[in-house]
Design a protein around this ligand. Structure first.
Ligand SMILES: [Fe+2]
Length: 359
């Protein structure tokens, strides 16, 4: 029965129950009937699926490194990096329990590799970044380069790039892994494979890609690409830049003295799905409020401070990791001179034409 004829039939009813009751009953019967055909009325769900503003399911959250480090270290005696493939503790947003994600689109975890261990070579459709928290001298081998890592280094593994990790140093190394896994799985586009050999052959020296592509020159004939060819944006190179910006007074009122990690070939983001930033906040910095549609994961590289997220205050210090959900108004305060790394899905949203920012 068409909707109009259903309404007309209801209107024809005299006596009790009344017309209003009848139209509701007719509608309900109609909804039940169309449900059997896997259909439902948009008008009953419109407001919840087309919201006036972003409604985030994820919560502000901070993981303090004191807790994280001891818990991650404990996993070292439970399972080897080789058996685990990746010995990672997931930083799971408490509002997204059971979903292995820190924000709706980003996975975050703390990976540890002990001296002498190898995390075997594999590749996957999801892209990854590492932000090194603790230790010195473990490596990520990716795309022919063996990049030795130090705290504050920002290491890229693009989609489908074979990668393995090893630790030839005498100390455990811990780093923050962020992957676009939830976004890839949203599109149901996940592929992955392991390799027979646990480590890959490398043909480039440590730092080759940063020198080749990140020095204001490009190897002749370098093609345009949608991800950066630089494997490791070292802290030793990037930190002095934000420090110099801060001393030059180039301090954004919301973000501090901040740089965006860029693809040196195009000026675009480091990965098509994820972008990253490094900011220095002067001691006593009181940031103005800011919000954007990309939820962000922050890691404190140095210093101490707090971030007010919609009235909730997240205190942070060295190596703490915290989450600011999409479209939540936030502002940073720095008790000491501080350095904050951050990563979000902004490039993906910009490519889709949906990214917005505001006060
Ligand atoms: Fe991986």
């Amino acid at each position: 029965m068409a909707r109009d004829s259903a309404v007309a039939a209801a209107k024809k009813t005299n006596g009790k129950p009344g017309p209003k009751h009848n139209i509701e009953a007719v509608r309900q019967a109609y909804y039940e009937r169309i449900a059997k055909h896997d259909m439902k009325p948009l008008w009953r769900v419109m407001d919840s699926i087309v919201t006036k503003e972003p409604v985030s399911r994820c919560a502000p959250m901070v993981w303090h490194f004191d807790d994280v480090k001891s818990l991650v270290m404990e996993s070292g005696s439970l399972i080897s990096a080789e058996e685990a493939k990746r010995r990672v503790l997931i930083l799971e947003n408490p509002a997204l329990k059971g979903q292995s994600r820190a924000t709706n689109t980003l996975f975050a975890g703390i990976q540890m590799i002990l001296p002498g261990e190898v995390a075997p070579a594999h590749r996957h459709a999801a892209a990854a970044i590492r932000f090194v928290l603790d230790g010195e001298g473990a490596y990520t081998a990716v795309e022919g380069e063996k990049a030795f890592m130090s705290p504050g280094d920002f290491v890229i593994t693009a989609s489908w790039a074979p990668h393995d990790h090893g630790n030839t140093s005498k100390k455990p190394m811990l780093w923050l892994d962020v992957l676009d896994v939830p976004a890839v799985n949203f599109y149901e586009a996940s592929f992955a494979e392991d390799f027979d050999a646990p480590t890959q052959e490398t043909t480039r020296q440590d730092g080759d890609s940063l020198n080749f592509y990140g020095s204001g020159v490009l190897p002749d004939g370098t093609p345009s690409m949608n991800r950066t060819p630089v494997i490791n944006y070292t802290y030793a190179r990037t930190r002095p830049i934000v420090e110099r910006m801060m001393h030059a007074g180039e301090i954004d009122k919301r973000h501090g003295a901040r740089v965006r990690y860029a693809n040196p070939v195009t000026g675009g983001s480091v990965l098509p799905t994820m972008g990253a930033w490094l900011a220095m906040l002067p001691k006593g910095f009181k940031g103005q409020p800011y919000r954007s549609t990309d939820g962000a994961i922050f890691a404190c590289a140095e210093g101490q401070g707090s971030t007010n997220v919609d009235g909730e205050v997240l205190q942070w210090g060295p190596n703490d990791v915290f989450v600011v959900p999409p479209w939540k108004r936030y502002s940073h305060q720095a008790a000491k001179e501080s350095v904050l790394f951050s990563i979000s899905d902004r490039p993906a949203q910009q490519a889709l034409g949906i990214w917005r920012e505001g006060k």
